[in-house]
Design a binder for this molecule. Structure first.
Ligand SMILES: [Zn+2]
Length: 385
């Protein structure tokens, strides 16, 4: 009898402790209102913004998504940060970013350039963001479910004057839907390719609805023994290696993303130009296996093989145009360079659209009431059972 009572006590405790934790964590949902969204409208204007105009001559190699051992080994990163950084330095990286979950890593003495960053996201759907240059990291998140409003509220909460917000692996798990990306604002960068996820279609969904977002390639490595280092990287054109210069170039799209092997350059960009009449020209250092030009909704408007340059007249219905350069080598059959788009614009400069969402107070109050009632029910279960 005593044994049965003891088992019943521990069984109840096993259920009650997580239930109490869930009740407590539901409180985070009071932080997000329900928003009314406006669907983004395609870029328009007679002019074009070209991120590759007036390129600085210096290039740096960067990765923004690597996990080192953190949180006492609880999270999915096995190698100490200094060792991860050294592996990147050995491959020729200038900016080997460490982005642990919800915490900022100390600057590593062996990193040529340090930029603070972390991966934000503590939720079951793996809705994650990389925050570049934040003043601090936050643990706050919506852990159980995330509507579009929660995704927007996260961007709004993470925003600081001088940081950059990157959507991480949008095509992975719950991530971000195409429709989310047609409506959400408040982020500048998107991880379009990584070891974990392939998301150029999500990039096109954002671009096709007037969101000037720049593509980023990251390893998203978790265990250095899995050989997932040096597979996805970024080349950033900078005036100097100061933090201000790097952030400015990232904000202006003066970089390109690469999926390859051991950070080995397969080709080089000489220039991308666009005339005021919309004649787009890309020039590479060597003939590429293929150059693909991509416009609205991911439409492949031109595929050319064996060329080191090509020109294309952007049609009136195209609101942006971007290039992918594909190369194969015997030692590596999958190398691609993803160049940022030239974007139709009212003038050659680029201004980010203001937030296109407003708080829907009646729905917000209904949602908060729902959370409150849920918490009351859970507390009653905890007390009475
Ligand atoms: Zn992640």
């Amino acid at each position: 009898m005593a044994l049965r009572r003891s088992i019943s006590f521990w069984l109840k405790l096993l259920i009650k402790v997580p239930l109490a934790l869930i009740t407590l964590l539901l409180t985070t949902y009071y932080l997000s209102p329900v928003f009314n969204f406006e669907r983004g409208v395609p870029f328009e204007g007679a002019s074009f913004y070209n991120p590759y105009a007036d390129l600085p001559s210096q290039q740096i190699r960067a990765n923004f998504h690597a996990h080192a051992r953190a949180w006492g080994g609880l999270t999915n990163g096995k190698t100490p940060a200094k060792e991860v950084v050294q592996l990147y330095v050995d491959l020729g990286y200038d900016l080997p970013g460490i982005s642990n979950y919800n915490m900022l890593e100390d600057p590593m003495p062996n990193a040529p350039i340090h930029l603070p960053m972390y991966e934000h996201g503590l939720n079951v759907g793996f809705v994650h963001q990389i925050v570049v240059n934040p003043s601090e990291a936050t643990l706050l998140d919506y852990p159980f479910y995330q509507t579009r409003s929660h995704r927007q509220a996260t961007f709004n909460r993470l925003r600081e004057d001088d940081n950059l917000i990157m959507v991480a692996h949008p095509s992975s798990r719950a991530g971000y839907s195409y429709e989310d990306l047609a409506h959400l604002t408040g982020y500048e960068l998107m991880e379009i390719i990584s070891v974990q996820a392939v998301s150029p279609d999500h990039w096109d969904a954002a671009l096709s609805t007037g969101h000037p977002v720049w593509g980023i390639a990251n390893d998203d490595c978790h265990d250095t023994t899995d050989y997932d280092i040096g597979l996805c990287w970024n080349m950033i054109y900078v005036r100097d290696t100061s933090r201000a210069s790097i952030l400015r170039s990232l904000r202006q799209g003066k970089h390109f993303a690469v999926k390859g092997w051991q950070a080995k350059d397969m080709n080089e960009l000489e220039y991308i130009r666009v005339t005021s009449e919309g004649l787009y020209t890309i020039k590479l250092a060597h003939p590429a296996d293929s150059i693909t030009l991509i416009a609205d909704q991911g439409e492949r408007v031109l595929i050319a093989t064996g060329l080191d340059s090509l020109s294309f007249q952007i049609a009136p219905q195209h609101t942006y145009l971007r290039a992918e350069v594909f190369e194969t080598e015997p030692w590596n059959d999958w190398t691609k360079m993803y160049f940022n788009p030239v974007i139709r614009s009212k003038d050659p400069s680029l201004s980010f659209p203001p937030p296109s969402h407003s708080v829907n107070w009646p729905l917000s109050i209904i949602h908060w009431l729902f959370i409150f009632l849920l918490q009351i029910v859970l507390v009653r279960v905890l007390i009475r059972w």
